[in-house]
Design a protein around this ligand. Structure first.
Ligand SMILES: Cc1ncc(COP(=O)(O)O)c(C=O)c1O
Length: 428
């Protein structure tokens, strides 16, 4: 796999592309072009994934049903809207390693909304056990959500939030450090909320090990998989994660603001004692349209739905999931991703190792496709980033000083990685 020796020179990159069994999937996407008409090196699928060529067809089908059938399309025609979200359950479950019957996953709302819905059910604080463990530099929306949940339950967030810090001189948090905090404070922690992949450093957290450790201390464990879904091989069911939430507009290529994903472990999907915020779309399907009072949840994650979902967004997600399934699911994509990012790391170290610090762990099992780079040159990181943009590279800048680059196995090429490193060297 990635321990193959890489070679310098463009020919090697071209040869890797020629032998790449997934190379044809690039043609499934619209690649943005720079002003000079050339295709951009688009390394920012960790922020917004590209538009699949087939998406307009899937969305148009629904618009056409709206035109032809209007309200009747809820119940008639091909793929009626009423159960439309069910079409997404199986491929989405495959992508995150969930069981499909009754479904542990549902596509609904957006990430932060789903996080609140999950915390309403799974953050059940008592005086003795009310704290929430999260990272010091958690994604701000998670931070705000967690803080507000503590406040809603009458706790002081300064006291209730336990923040994991990277050790002195380190950028990432080891599982041993999570274990230490759990050993010290575990009895007072109600909920552990961590990312699958950290948005800033690109570090992949050891979901299975952390879940086991936290469960050992009696904590509930949830994961924010915004940067992990469609990036890593996940086995949420087997790893016994309590809940997880993710968005679909990054690696899942479903378009800006598209609907998010939510996982509730089977152990909880059948429970009747869990409080939740309810809505009619989570109500038992057989009796939903009797319009009677008395909420009875659907078994599984679907029971957390609130509203009838935006079909146009679900259609876009369906188009994208079909591509993932045609590519053989996450395993082959991850295999390519390990090699693609491994090649990027190898070239960076070889060509400009003394001018670039890579914050992301070098152990491939502890990262996804993203590398987070800190430039150590006379030109500022921001200037280097602007030069990259001016040279047809689209990546992103995260304050205070990080350039994130994410070669995505579905549509990026080895040859782009080669050119990127050349451009970065010149920019520095
Ligand atoms: C790690 C992480 N968590 C949460 C969010 C918030 O997502 P949403 O706006 O869909 O709620 C994002 C958005 O980019 C994210 O990257």
């Amino acid at each position: 796999m990635v321990n193959e020796p890489f070679q310098s020179g463009r020919d090697f990159a071209v040869a890797l592309d020629q032998s790449d069994p997934l190379a044809r999937f690039r043609d499934e996407f619209h690649i943005p072009r720079s002003e000079n008409g050339e295709e951009e090196i688009y390394f920012v699928g960790n922020s917004l994934g590209l538009l699949p060529r087939r998406t307009p067809k899937y969305v148009d089908e629904e618009l056409e049903k709206w035109r032809r059938l209007a309200v009747k399309a809820h119940f008639s025609g091909e793929n009626p809207w009423m159960p439309y979200h069910e079409l997404l359950a199986e491929p989405m479950a495959r992508l995150v390693g969930a069981s499909a019957s009754p479904s542990e996953v549902v596509t609904m709302n957006s990430l932060t909304v789903n996080l609140h819905l999950m915390m309403t059910s799974f953050y059940r604080p008592t005086r003795e056990r009310h704290r929430i463990l999260l990272e010091e530099h958690a994604f701000p929306s998670d931070d705000y959500a967690v803080e507000s949940q503590a406040i809603v339950h009458g706790f002081d967030p300064d006291e209730a939030l336990v923040r994991l810090r990277a050790g002195q001189g380190k950028h990432t948090i080891d599982t041993a450090e999570v274990a230490e905090v759990l050993e010290r404070d575990g009895e007072s922690i109600a909920l552990v909320l961590l990312p699958g992949v950290q948005y800033y450093t690109g570090q992949a957290f050891e979901i299975e090990a952390i879940t086991r450790l936290a469960h050992g201390k009696g904590c509930v464990v949830g994961f924010d998989l915004a940067h992990a879904a469609g990036n890593l091989v996940l086995r949420l069911h087997e790893w016994n994660v309590d809940f997880a939430v993710w968005c679909t507009y990054k690696y899942l290529n479903s378009g800006p603001g598209s609907v998010g994903g939510c996982f509730v472990h089977e152990r909880h999907g059948r429970r009747e004692d869990l409080p939740r915020l309810s809505g009619w779309w989570g109500h038992d399907k057989e009796s939903r349209f009797r319009m009677e009072p008395g909420f009875r949840p659907i078994l599984g994650a679907e029971g957390w739905q609130l509203s009838n979902p935006p079909i146009l967004s679900l259609a876009a997600i369906r188009a994208s999931l079909d591509i993932f399934m045609e590519a053989g699911g996450m395993e082959p994509l991850r295999e390519k991703s390990l090699r693609l990012t491994g090649y990027l790391e190898w070239l960076l170290q070889r060509e400009i190792g003394d001018a670039v610090e890579i914050l992301t762990p070098s152990d491939p099992s502890r990262r996804g496709c993203q590398l987070s780079l800190k430039v150590k040159s006379t030109a500022s990181g921001r200037t280097v980033f602007e030069r990259l943009e001016a040279s047809g590279v689209t990546c992103d800048w995260r304050e205070p000083d990080v350039i994130r680059v994410a070669p995505v196995p579905l549509y990026n090429r080895y040859e782009e990685v080669y050119r990127f490193v050349e451009i970065l060297r010149n920019a520095i």
